[in-house]
Design a binder for this molecule. Structure first.
Ligand SMILES: [Zn+2]
Length: 211
């Protein structure tokens, strides 16, 4: 099995992780499974506990995203999660393995993307991008998943439009807590009406493009 990551999804992962370079941050990857690959079309993040070497995404984020997708885009689902290891390199820690087990229990083809954005954030050279995609085999052993960046024109457009509508899904702001951890909190309630409108607008646009 391979993974195909579309440019907007990768861009959002880079933006999220580079703008929080001193903390581990995490988010969900949204996409679909084709005959040959797990495709990552978009990402979304939300409430999480994070420190320089630990991050935990609140379960409510997954439930909320799953519900919005089921109601509006049943063809897309949560295909895994991403998180950063700033300056620590790319690997699956014992806690990451436990987290991945949960994802694979819910969705057997779930993948985990780990990124160390520090070197890239300085040089902005693609060759300095440290990214790994992993999953667990039948015995619970971590195996790397080969990944490519998707370049099919229609899918790039479609995933970009989906990504744009997801931007508003979970607005966030960062607060410093007493223990020095950064708490990423939801700044305002989710406006379902707004999202539904956006989804139907995009659907119309894509249908007319397909001709
Ligand atoms: Zn980790």
């Amino acid at each position: 099995m391979r993974a195909r990551i579309y440019p907007l999804a990768l861009g959002k992962i880079l933006h999220h992780t580079i703008s929080n370079i001193n903390q581990e941050v995490a988010g969900l990857m949204i996409g679909k499974v084709t005959s040959d690959a797990v495709e990552v079309w978009d990402t979304v993040t939300g409430l999480q506990q994070s420190s320089p070497a630990y991050v935990k995404l609140e379960e409510s984020v997954m439930a909320l995203v799953a519900e919005v997708l089921m109601e509006n885009r049943p063809d897309l689902y949560i295909v895994g999660w991403y998180h950063s290891h700033p300056g620590l390199n790319v690997f699956m820690s014992p806690i990451d393995v436990e987290t991945q087990k949960v994802y694979q229990t819910m969705f057997p083809k779930a993948i985990a993307l780990v990124i160390d954005p520090v070197q890239f954030s300085v040089s902005w050279k693609v060759s300095d991008l440290k990214i790994g995609v992993f999953r667990l085999d039948k015995n619970g052993k971590v195996v790397p998943v080969r990944f490519t960046l998707g370049l099919q024109r229609h899918k790039v457009l479609e995933s970009t439009l989906i990504g744009l509508q997801m931007l508003d899904l979970i607005p966030q702001k960062h607060d410093n807590t007493d223990d020095g951890n950064v708490r990423v909190s939801t700044a305002k309630m989710l406006d379902i009406d707004h999202i539904v409108k956006f989804f139907s607008k995009t659907k119309k646009l894509l249908t007319s493009k397909k001709g």
